[in-house]
Design a protein around this ligand. Structure first.
Ligand SMILES: Nc1ncnc2c1ncn2[C@@H]1O[C@H](COP(=O)(O)OP(=O)(O)O)[C@@H](O)[C@H]1O
Ligand SMILES: [Mg+2]
Length: 272
């Protein structure tokens, strides 16, 4: 689905932000891209959808070289949710906002109407709302609804839960999980929130100073303290606690796992 081949990229001549970077994200995966501020995460997501182009090397989206494919064509395969919904929303009503990307992609009016209705229902949005007077969580939901209206095969989320409260966050992430599991949508989520990554991503890609430090299943990567430390990322608390408790807790990743493991341990009369 996404392939970076020896990609080098810099915003100016001086110092490349990404340096000879190669990785592959298969179709249907749910990958979190993690790393400290300034590591190059947003740059990678903008290279993936063709908003930026590599200085050296190639980026392939669904087999299409982003250097040779117009970004309007790439946009059909790839929905992109910006970190800040206000940089995305451009219409004065929710219904126009939802219809926007379908119009750009040349859908006919009947199909737009039908799909817009579905999307408004799914996201529980009022078509007549003025987006900019809604709450941050609602604006994020409007932006996501608009991105998903065209049913892209790949969804890129750049820090999707910034500024959302706990329930808004769960609502959005549960829907993204549903799309990934039931509709086969590939998800690339940029985040520095390890609790979010631990709860939702299947695999993790760790980035530091424009290089990949590690790639693997979420549980495994969350316990790779060396890699996380190097990337200046704080591990999620449960995996970190499990690591400190030792080998008997090696399969513990969630609060439920931890409770089970603690019960087993105390039933055996053990101490920590
Ligand atoms: N438009 C830009 N022009 C120049 N430098 C940029 C631009 N956007 C990002 N950078 C720089 O590129 C580096 C990586 O940024 P970014 O990809 O946004 O990192 P992250 O998303 O991991 O925080 C940072 O040093 C940042 O200052
Ligand atoms: Mg960023």
């Amino acid at each position: 689905m996404i392939r970076f081949e020896n990609v080098t990229f810099g915003y100016s001549e001086k110092r490349p932000i990404l340096d000879d970077l190669s990785f592959h994200i298969p179709k249907g995966d749910f990958v979190a891209l993690i790393g400290a501020n300034g590591a190059g995460k947003s740059t990678i997501s903008r290279l993936t959808n063709g908003l930026l182009q590599p200085t050296k090397g190639h980026v392939f989206l669904n087999g299409k070289d982003t250097l040779k494919t117009p970004s309007s064509k790439l946009a059909r395969d790839c929905g992109f949710l910006f970190q800040n919904p206000d940089r995305q929303i451009c219409e004065n009503t929710v219904k126009d906002e939802i219809a926007f990307s379908m119009k750009v992609q040349g859908w006919d009016e009947e199909r737009i109407k039908e799909r817009a209705k579905q999307v408004l229902d799914t996201f529980d949005l009022d078509p007549e709302w003025f987006p900019f007077s809604r709450s941050r969580g609602e604006r994020q939901r409007i932006a996501l609804a608009s991105v998903l209206a065209c049913e892209p095969g790949l969804l890129i989320l750049d820090e999707p839960t910034t500024g959302l409260d706990y329930l808004e966050c769960i609502r959005i992430m549960d829907y993204v999980t549903y799309l990934n599991r039931e509709k086969g949508t590939t998800v690339l989520m940029v985040s520095h929130d390890m609790e979010l990554v631990q709860s939702y991503a299947r695999n993790v890609l760790v980035l530091n100073h424009g290089k990949i430090l590690g790639q693997g299943p979420t549980g495994q990567m969350m316990k790779n303290v060396d890699v996380l430390k190097k990337a200046r990322v704080l591990p999620a608390q449960i995996p970190e606690l499990a690591l400190r408790f030792g080998d008997e807790f090696k399969d513990v990743f969630t609060v439920e796992d931890m409770l089970d493991a603690l019960r087993r341990k105390t039933q055996k009369g053990g101490t920590l």
